[in-house]
Design a protein around this ligand. Structure first.
Ligand code: UD1
Ligand code: CA
Length: 458
């Protein structure tokens, strides 16, 4: 069985992005373009990927830290053929080499799998992926003979008038047999309109050697949309967004307004969950069944159980159990583990904390660096005072504790189970089980005070 390796071209300048950042690191729904391409190569069976870097290459290298990805530098930009040549010994004779561009993120693995299967069935030396387009301007054209066999791929700038009228374009994606690719790269020249070493010229070289060369016409030209500017980045985002949202709806997720719902490509959502408008759901977020998310919520790397309501809130890198309600206007910061049937209400911030089943934090609280048990009631305005100006400390609260309104628990401190903390208390020492702790000045009432004051004034 042939094995697959991939080469991703990403050495170009991307001048039209007008950015300090490498073009291929610009993101579509919170994932960089080059990461889409690498993941797609992997999904096609590529065991290793070599990314050709040049302009802003250090950034690209730093952004991709994966065992199965390596890098080759192209310090001078001498054309796509020259770029591939930089991969050197990465190209192995017995393997198939899939060539992709780092700025063409919409390509779908299933399409490429068909191309690879076709390439192998035909025992091709190289198969180029082509597409039929309305406006072929700027692309290389696929030229065929009278019987429809592949003849060559000619660049726009080198094409004559008849060739320019051809609407079958070279998408820039190929599968090569390793040995043949190496061989053909060694024979490229730059005698053309742009003075570049053109990768597409390899096709003609291999054909002249009597090898099988094919062009596979892909059905959906949108997959080959290349991003060169911010406007095209937004266009690519719209295409990706529609694709992702459609997939979720087909799997049983309701979206009130898919145009206004932004879901990253790795997010998982269970059946009968409803996503209200204005949500951004990203990273490795997993949402269970029967949840209601939004409107206007952000979830990054979150795990939600079933039946969760998450209203107008932000959640980062945390987990939430079943039937818990969050928001409106809650902020769940990283490393929280919130249980089942919990209420995290309005203007509540939770950070680096565990919150047990059935606990209620209904309003205006800060729960940071806290281990809170089950069925605790946090009164309005309760604050875990976790920071002494230098260090953070933890608060531990046992099951069934009642924390009155406007209470400060000054960490490090432990409140044992079923204790009551009187409203307005500032607790600085541990509280044992089942007691009432009161830590506030006793109220005094001064009788006759008003009449005395009036008398003094006259
Ligand atoms: C290329 C093809 C053209 C095809 C089109 C599809 C060639 C000569 N032409 O044209 O047939 O229709 O893609 O989009 O291959 N790159 C490098 N180093 C280089 C040159 C390019 O890494 O020296 C990278 C670029 O960053 C880019 C990709 O290769 O990701 C394509 O380069 P680009 O200059 O955009 O090629 P096109 O002229 O569009
Ligand atoms: Ca291009």
């Amino acid at each position: 069985m042939e094995q697959l390796k991939a080469i991703v071209l990403a050495a170009g300048e991307g001048t039209r992005m007008k950015s300090k950042k490498s073009k291929v690191l610009h993101e579509i729904l919170q994932k960089s373009m080059v990461h889409y391409v690498i993941d797609t190569a992997k999904a096609c069976g590529a065991k290793q990927t070599c990314v050709i870097i040049g302009h802003q290459g250090e950034q690209v290298e730093a952004a991709i830290q994966q065992d199965d990805v390596c890098f080759a530098w192209q310090t001078e930009r001498k054309g796509t053929g020259h770029a591939v040549k930089m991969a050197g010994d990465f190209i192995e004779d017995e393997k198939d080499i899939l060539i992709l561009y780092g700025d063409t993120p919409l390509i779908v693995a299933d399409t490429l799998k068909e191309v690879i299967a076709y390439h192998r069935a035909k025992q091709n030396s190289v198969t180029v992926v082509s597409a039929m387009v309305e406006n072929p301007t700027g692309y290389g054209r696929i030229i065929r003979n009278a019987t429809g066999d592949f003849v060559k791929s000619v660049e726009q700038k080198d094409a004559n008038e008849t060739e320019q009228a051809v609407k079958e374009i070279n998408t820039g994606i190929y599968v090569f047999r390793g040995a043949d690719l190496k061989q053909a790269l060694g024979r490229l020249n730059n005698n053309n309109a742009q003075g570049e070493y053109y990768l597409p010229d390899c096709l003609e070289i291999l054909l002249s050697d009597g090898k099988n060369v094919g062009a596979y016409i892909a059905a959906d030209e949108k997959e080959f949309f290349g991003v060169n500017s911010r406007v095209q980045l937004a266009e690519a985002t719209k295409i990706m967004q529609a694709r992702i949202n459609r997939k979720h709806m087909e799997h049983g997720v309701t979206m009130i307004d898919p145009e206004n719902t932004y879901i990253g490509c790795d997010v998982q959502i269970g059946r009968d969950t409803v996503i209200l408008p204005g949500c951004v759901i990203e990273g490795n977020t997993i949402i269970g069944e029967d949840c209601e998310i939004g409107p206007n919520s952000r979830l990054t790397d979150m795990q939600l159980g079933d039946g969760v309501t998450f209203q107008t809130s932000t959640g980062l890198e945390s987990s939430i159990g079943n039937d818990t309600t969050v928001g409106p206007f809650a902020y769940i910061r990283p490393n929280c583990h919130i249980g089942n049937h919990v209420k995290v209400g309005d203007f509540v911030e939770v950070k680096n904390s565990n919150v047990g089943d059935g606990t209620k934090i209904p309003h205006l609280s800060y729960v940071g660096d806290t281990d809170a048990g089950e069925k605790i009631n946090f009164g309005c305005g309760s604050i875990m005072v976790n920071y002494d100006g230098e260090k953070k400390h933890r608060t531990t609260i046992g099951d069934g504790v009642f924390v009155g309104c406007n209470v400060n628990l000054v960490a490090p401190v432990t409140v044992e189970k079923n204790a009551y903390i009187a409203a307005g208390s500032t607790i600085t020492r541990d509280v044992p089980e089942d007691v009432l702790a009161v830590a506030r000045a006793r109220q005094t009432v001064i009788t006759g005070w008003k009449s005395k004051r009036s008398a003094n004034k006259s």
